[in-house]
Design a protein around this ligand. Sequence first.
Ligand SMILES: C[S@@+](CC[C@H](N)C(=O)[O-])C[C@H]1O[C@@H](n2cnc3c(N)ncnc32)[C@H](O)[C@@H]1O
Ligand code: SF4
Length: 451
Amino acid sequence: MKQIDRLAALGLFDSRVPRYTSYPTAPVFSPNIGLMSQQRQLAALDPKVPVSVYIHIPFCERLCWFCACRTQGTQSLSPVESYIGTLEAELALLADTLPKGLRMGRLHWGGGTPTILPPALIHRLARAVKDVFAQTPDWEFSVEIDPTLVDRDKIAALAAEGMNRASIGIQDFDPLVQEAIGRQQPYEATLACVEDLRAAGITSLNADLVYGLPHQTPARMADTLDKVLSLKPDRIALFGYAHVPWVAKRQKLIDETVLPDDQARFALAGQSATAFAEAGFQAIGIDHFALPDDGLAKAARSGHLRRNFQGYTEDICPALIGIGASSISRLPGGYVQNAAATPAYIKHIEAGHLAGARGHEMTQEDLMRARAIEMIMCDFALDREALTQQFGTLTAGLDADLDQVVGRFGDLVSLTDAKLEITEDGRPMTRIIASLFDAHMPADAKFSRAS
Ligand SMILES: C[S@@+](CC[C@H](N)C(=O)[O-])C[C@H]1O[C@@H](n2cnc3c(N)ncnc32)[C@H](O)[C@@H]1O
Ligand code: SF4
């Protein structure tokens, strides 16, 4: 049987499973874990251990039809400006809750489109963050950038505040594909943005691409890949298009009849991975590529790759504080998510308290399974010895799951006393294999496809 037929028979194209940027995943968070848990856990953070800080900006000037991110379109700056006021208020509430002297090792602004902020609002937000969190000496500040909604003044403002990493959205450069996803983005504008970012001192540049979009063909993909590589990014994220119109209503504008079929998607992903390997990139986890000297590639080689809400990271800060509508905090005792809808989030903060609305408190078994799933997603392997060292006899509960994986996937995995490893041929099944260790998988959840 051809490899693709075998993977298809094992459910590659039919399975709907999480991307495991957390375990448990956000759909299983409970409304019973919210503000109280958030306040207690934030107050108990160890001030000697730096944290990561994430700020969510849920606004875009345009709403691309393919996009599944939580964001709203606006042509006016007034809701954005008022939202910055709410973020300042949330930061002031955090200052009252957190232990004194807590520092940030990382700051990430994501969205939506953080570059919708004009320079004055960039400085206001950065100042509000720095008033609460002092920076560690090796502090890193990354920002998600829409190349069509940024200019030199905004880049200069972000650089003046310390931005040293950037991630730009590209998706695809072909005009027909761009038209079909409601996202016009000329190559020249993207190149100008990259030149401005490099001139401003950005040393680590990521580019987001998507395969499986309407009208993508091997020839059009080859052209996009050439153009992307000519921009000389340090990292590339290659996401499979998640078509989830029941969640992202604007995807109903996508013509499903021109989406590539299963086989074509698989071929587009393979074609891209080959082009990146030939250009000297190292494959990282299920959907990233990085130059060998980039921090992500080094972390992957040394077994220090981690997975969080932004995808793969070499960030080692154990706690992540999410600020803004829908942001999720990862705290020592579990997860807490702020109210997801922007008006609901604003209401919480205006009432004078933090916005934690849903969450999950981790048991020891959750922590063990979270680490097991993270290992699979990052290393394509589950290191039983390391898990046993960390969690002791609890790992006995994993044995039935390991047997199930071997029974279902045969020689696509190998199991020894020391570890479970996914072979090169079995790697497209990684998310499905990880899902077999998920003890919270909701029976009725509709995640995106696994391939
Ligand atoms: C917050 S956006 C990027 C920043 C900026 N707003 C832009 O558009 O350039 C994050 C990324 O998520 C990815 N993404 C969004 N919707 C997706 C979908 N339905 N399937 C796969 N990837 C998606 C895109 O690659 C996108 O660049
Ligand atoms: S891709 Fe970026 S600009 Fe487009 S809707 Fe999504 S977040 Fe907004």
